[in-house]
Design a protein around this ligand. Structure first.
Ligand code: PLP
Length: 434
């Protein structure tokens, strides 16, 4: 058995701290390690394995495509690419639109920004994103992200990015008393920024789930849409995490029907359930028409890789055949109910948000009355790190960020597995002291 501890440069960690088991396989919501353990994955790894691990139909589709055709560039046609574009336009209802394929989420966001600017005739037009957001870790997406871990590495103004205050209702930056008022003010604030700067080409936001722990109250997205539509500014929905059932719909904006339809949306993660790397930008018919006769100076060698597109087609078929979007909605409601019951029991649970699908955030506090955080964002308190370690010893893997626990299991998780994981979490939370 080969170990990578001393040879691979690992992302998002201190190398000296990296120490993880080797994963050799998986099935359903479980990953299998080289030392024979079967670990229940309560975060879909990086919130991306929506279809579970080693989904047999996707593995078969990749194998079949590999035997026919591994690669052509986008100067040539490829059957799985054509089929996947058709399916994405159908599921999103972007009739007459187009799909641009990328390698993952960050380059999907970069390209969505390029398209929005080009279609507006503002090649360097500003983009409004928000604080406490994550859009990727390339330079442009670090500038777009309102992420305290990476913002010092990049001058966001040089990338034409403005950051709006977030609809963080639990700690409302506008001091609002209700979630509804907080998000109305946050949406109006975006409108004010557009009016102030005049050269805004687009607004890029996560409609629901996000690793920075914000779940916008339900009136935010439609209000944001109104603010942007009224001012002819494109709204770009970053659905990299929130898409493909994670929030109980194919795409989270669909919770608001036509009223919430963005002009562009970006996808990755659940697009292939992470079986192969793939991202996409879905463009409205209007933007596609504007770009129809213009040169598009963008694209990476592997964009729209046929193997990845074949995995995407099989993934969409699996979501449909296994009713996974509906399943996420019903299991998400169940999970939310359990978390609310835990909140009633444990005073360290300040807030529980999400639950529209299999995505929820638990925000931990030292004191529920003062809402004092047990650690300064984005650091995690030791007691929470210990909870994760203890859970792993009992073969359940939880994801944390700062003082948050992010729950995002694969949509194929068995109801009993979900129940057992939440029972364990309940037990471990009872022992946490800040
Ligand atoms: N956008 C969102 C909302 C994400 O959660 C992520 C990744 O976590 C990204 C973009 C970046 O995607 P990728 O890591 O595939 O570049």
């Amino acid at each position: 058995m080969l170990f990578e501890r001393d040879t691979v440069l690992h992302s998002w960690c201190r190398q000296a701290d990296w120490s993880a088991p080797t994963v050799v396989g998986g099935a359903g919501a479980r990953i299998h390690t080289a030392d024979g353990r079967s670990i229940l994955d309560m975060s879909s790894l990086a919130e991306c394995c929506n279809l579970g691990h080693q989904h047999p139909k996707i593995v078969a589709a990749i194998r079949e495509q590999a035997q026919k055709l591994c690669f052509v560039t986008s100067s040539w046609g490829a059957e799985p690419r054509a089929r996947l574009a058709e399916l994405l336009l159908e599921k999103s209802g972007f009739a007459g639109g187009r799909v641009f394929f990328t390698l993952g989420g960050a380059d999907a966001n970069e390209n969505a920004v390029k398209f929005a600017r080009q279609a507006q005739g503002l090649p360097r037009g500003r983009i409004i994103a928000r604080d406490r957001s994550y859009h990727g870790a390339t330079y442009a997406t670090m500038a777009l992200s309102g992420d305290s871990r990476t913002r010092h590495q990049v001058d966001r103004e040089a990338f034409g990015v403005l950051h709006a205050l977030p609809p963080y209702a639990y700690r409302c930056p506008f001091g609002s008393a209700t979630a509804e008022e907080c998000s109305s003010r946050a949406a109006a604030h975006v409108g004010e920024l557009i009016d102030k700067h005049q050269d805004v080409a687009g607004v890029l936001m996560e409609p629901n789930a996000g690793t920075n722990g914000i779940v916008a109250p339900p009136n935010y997205w439609p209000a944001l849409r109104e603010q942007t539509r009224g001012r002819n500014v494109y709204l770009i929905a970053d659905e990299v995490m929130s898409g493909f059932g994670r929030c109980g719909e194919w795409f989270a904006w669909q919770r608001y029907g036509e009223e919430g339809r963005p002009d562009l949306m970006t996808l990755a993660k659940g697009l292939t359930g992470a079986h192969l790397p793939l991202g996409a930008v879905v463009l409205s018919a209007g933007i596609s028409q504007r770009l129809e006769r213009e040169m598009l100076y963008t694209g990476l060698t592997y964009c729209g890789h046929p193997l990845a597109c074949a995995a995407g087609v099989a993934a969409i078929e699996a979501y449909v055949d296994e009713n996974l979007i509906e399943r996420s909605r019903s299991l998400g409601a169940l999970m939310l109910e359990r978390l609310k019951a835990m909140q009633a029991k444990h005073s360290i649970i300040g807030d529980v948000r999400g639950g529209d699908g299999l995505f929820a955030v638990i925000e931990l506090v030292r004191d529920r009355g003062t809402r004092e955080s047990p650690s300064a964002w984005p650091a995690s308190p030791d007691a929470l790190k210990h909870l994760v370690r203890d859970a792993l010893q009992r073969d359940v893997s939880f994801a944390i960020r700062g003082n948050l626990i992010l729950l995002a299991p694969p949509l194929v998780i068995a109801e009993s597995e979900l129940g057992d994981a939440l029972t364990l979490l309940d037990e471990l939370l009872a022992a946490v002291q800040f």
